[in-house]
Write a protein that binds this ligand. Structure first.
Ligand SMILES: Nc1ncnc2c1ncn2[C@@H]1O[C@H](COP(=O)(O)OP(=O)(O)O)[C@@H](O)[C@H]1O
Ligand SMILES: [Mg+2]
Length: 294
């Protein structure tokens, strides 16, 4: 017996080509036992995995399948895309799905006042009133929420610790298991415009949230039109356990919504673009691979 545990040589690479049923099994364990006399094209799992991964389903059926179960619970994910691509709807779907399935969630609205969001959610056909009343969803408006902190003590304005503390206090308030920060970049500036400061802030925030181990976070990132960057500070993508890129692609005069799993740590994801639709009452519905639409 030998063990494959080298992070630079994840077991999924060799297993990808085998069969979907084996794929399913190996998406869980980090350390796989394989028999020595067989090459990786015919891996046989002989021992039970050391531990099972716990997933936070995104609520987008096909995406959860592609990710082998969903996002890894307790980790941070980046949903990136140009404006109007569906980042906010993706994030809300993640929260609403969680709230309906025993995982309360906090939504930190950075750019849009929450009353606009709530109107949009209603128009999309989701009724979240009861979830809010039952403490399963908590919407926080950065402008009003943090301005209260800023006013209390000026020093806090430049102290990321207070913002992180406040987010964590709100998580504790409703025993949240999910968090959305939409979009993350403006929060990072705090009282400064220094990129190094913003990166440090971001790093500290992700570490503090992941230390809780129970809260799965989506940070969204607004990509400027025409840019090939994924984030404002260039560090968000490294801190994230996974990156979902949303875009609008023009194919022979038709504009299609496209989702691409750019990174999914420890998941055997084959790089592929998928077409999706935004359907009232359902939210994001992932269809087939883009190649079927061209
Ligand atoms: N009720 C709805 N039904 C169908 N599509 C919608 C609905 N509401 C919004 N959309 C689509 O979603 C897009 C905006 O998604 P959003 O998540 O706000 O994007 P982003 O956060 O990336 O800017 C809109 O451009 C619109 O095309
Ligand atoms: Mg948005």
């Amino acid at each position: 017996m030998r063990f494959i545990s080298d992070p630079n040589n994840p077991p999924c690479i060799g297993v990808q080509a085998i069969s979907p049923s084996i794929n399913q099994q190996v998406s869980n364990p980090v350390v796989q036992a394989v028999s020595e006399d067989q090459d990786l094209g015919a891996v046989v799992i002989r021992e039970k995995p050391r531990y099972d991964r716990v997933y936070a389903k995104t609520g987008i059926e096909l995406l959860d399948k592609l990710l082998g179960g969903g996002f890894l619970r307790g980790k941070t994910y980046l949903v990136a895309g140009e404006t109007g691509c569906g980042k906010t709807i993706f994030s809300l779907q993640f929260l609403v799905y969680g709230a309906l399935n025993g995982e309360p969630g906090v939504y930190l609205a950075i750019d849009e006042p929450t009353e606009h969001l709530l109107r949009g959610i209603k128009r999309l056909g989701w009724d979240v009133t009861e979830l809010i009343e039952d403490g399963k969803l908590l919407f926080l408006d950065m402008r009003t929420h943090f301005s209260k902190i800023y006013m209390k003590e000026e020093r806090k304005k430049i102290e990321p610790r207070f913002i992180i503390e406040s987010i964590i206090n709100n998580i504790r308030k409703i025993k949240a298991k999910r968090l959305v920060i939409d979009p993350v970049a403006p929060l990072m500036y705090g009282g400064s415009t220094d990129v190094l400061y913003a990166r440090e802030f971001l790093r500290e925030m992700v570490f503090s949230l992941e230390k809780l181990r129970t809260v799965t976070t989506i940070m969204t990132s607004e990509i400027p039109s025409g840019s090939n960057k994924l984030s404002r500070f260039g560090v968000e993508e490294f801190l994230a356990s996974g990156i979902i890129v949303l875009s609008l692609n023009e194919i022979r005069g038709r504009i299609l919504r496209v989702m691409y799993i750019r990174k999914a740590r420890w998941a055997p994801v084959h790089p592929c673009k998928y077409v999706f639709e935004i359907v009232p009452g359902k939210g994001i519905v992932l269809k087939g691979p883009l190649e079927n639409y061209v």
